[in-house]
Design a protein around this ligand. Structure first.
Ligand code: PLP
Length: 376
């Protein structure tokens, strides 16, 4: 059988060849970026180059960019590093934000999955102490884009700081730190074709920040620990490649049209809101997400059951719950996400496998109904 059609880029996008090459080169070079000798200087040059590449993807300065072990650490670091006790987060944030601040106040979203700005405004107005607001750029399950510029405008009016988890947005839509106006921005390499286990927190010059780990003076005293040089090199190369953006919206829209034609009762969640062009969160009526993921896997297509969580267990999606999707319908939702190497043939394969499964399930439903009728 040919290689699977990989349509789970929001989980991890395959490593881009340029990132692979940069990593191999860095591994060959070896060295510790803190060493003053030749090998150390070479490692430092690799990290510095990658820092420029990552910073430039999001319109930040290299000095504003701190490498981390991924998006999770970047989110945790922003939430603790900002030093604000009162924190407001949207109801659809990634676990690394929601669980990163268990005492955070939750801001609702509407039925399209867009942050309720009136609720943010009212909550900010009711606050007597300095606040940090954390709202993601694009949701990992639905792809729905959040109104960050409006969040910043409301937050600034009351002196609140703003963190934006841009892990799913960067490389898919243009991201500009200055334009967005946020104080902290989280990134993850493996969502844009870099390696897993590396990310960055961008801290706007002048924004308050205190590190969360003690040790050496790496990352300008903001994140102790010898840098993951090869991972950082891969991140830089992937970020550079991702600057051209991702042009898959046409394929995604065609895919949604085809699936809804096959199963007219299917719902595309968040379809009415602005979304990143690579993500579809769609239900196959009556078919549990786990069944869909397994059947498609057997047909050589990789997708995920909503927010496939780290344990591999499928739990009820807090994102769809926050959007008011009925509990049963939420269990039918899967996430299909396209990326830099997606070809029309991958989409065709998914459509065929999805249709075959849907027909199979319908036929077995019909034969069950008939045998029940005969038995009655
Ligand atoms: N934020 C969002 C929106 C994500 O989708 C993810 C990963 O799924 C993360 C943060 C965590 O990133 P990482 O896997 O690099 O820790």
């Amino acid at each position: 059988m040919s290689a699977p059609a990989y349509l789970d880029h929001n989980a991890t996008s395959p490593l881009r060849p340029v990132a692979f090459d940069a990593m191999v080169e860095a591994l060959r070079a070896g060295g510790n970026p803190s060493s003053v000798h030749d090998a150390g200087r070479k490692a430092r040059a690799i990290v510095d180059k990658a820092r420029r590449e990552v910073a430039s993807l999001v319109g930040a300065l290299p000095t504003e960019t701190i490498f981390t072990s991924g998006g999770t650490e970047a989110n945790n670091l922003a939430l603790s590093g900002a030093g604000r006790r009162r924190v407001l987060v949207s109801a659809i944030e990634h676990d690394s934000v929601r669980r990163g601040v268990p005492h955070a106040e939750i801001l609702p979203v509407d039925s399209d999955g867009v942050l309720d700005l009136a609720a943010l405004d009212a909550t900010l107005a009711a606050s007597s102490e300095p606040v940090l607001v954390s709202v993601m750029l694009a949701n990992n399950e639905t792809g729905v884009l959040q109104p960050i510029a409006e969040v910043v405008r409301l937050a600034r009016a009351v002196g609140a700081l703003v963190h934006c988890d841009a892990v799913q947005g960067a490389g898919k839509v243009p991201v500009d730190l200055q334009g967005l106006g946020v104080d902290y921005l989280s990134l993850s390499a493996h969502k844009l074709g870099g390696p897993t286990g590396v990310g960055a927190l961008v801290v706007r010059n002048g924004a308050p920040f205190s590190p969360d780990r003690l040790g050496g003076g790496q990352e300008s005293n903001r994140r102790a620990g010898t840098e993951n040089v090869a991972g950082i090199a891969g991140f830089g190369a992937a970020a550079q490649a991702a600057r051209v953006g991702l042009d898959v919206t046409g394929m995604r829209d065609q895919l949604e049209l085809s699936l809804v034609q096959i199963a007219p009762g299917a719902t595309v969640f968040g379809a009415k809101a602005p979304r990143i062009g690579n993500t579809t969160c769609i239900s196959m009526p009556g078919v549990p997400a786990e069944t869909q993921v397994m059947a498609l896997d057997l047909a050589g297509v990789c997708i995920s059951a909503g927010a496939a969580c780290s344990s591999g267990k499928v739990q009820r999606s807090p994102v769809l719950t926050a959007m008011g999707v009925a509990a049963e319908e939420a269990t039918w939702a899967t996430r299909i996400s396209l990326g830099w190497n997606t070809e029309p043939a991958d989409i065709e394969r998914l459509i065929t496998a999805w249709q075959n499964l849907y027909i199979r399930v319908r036929q077995s439903d019909i034969s069950h109904t008939h045998s029940r009728a005969r038995a009655a």
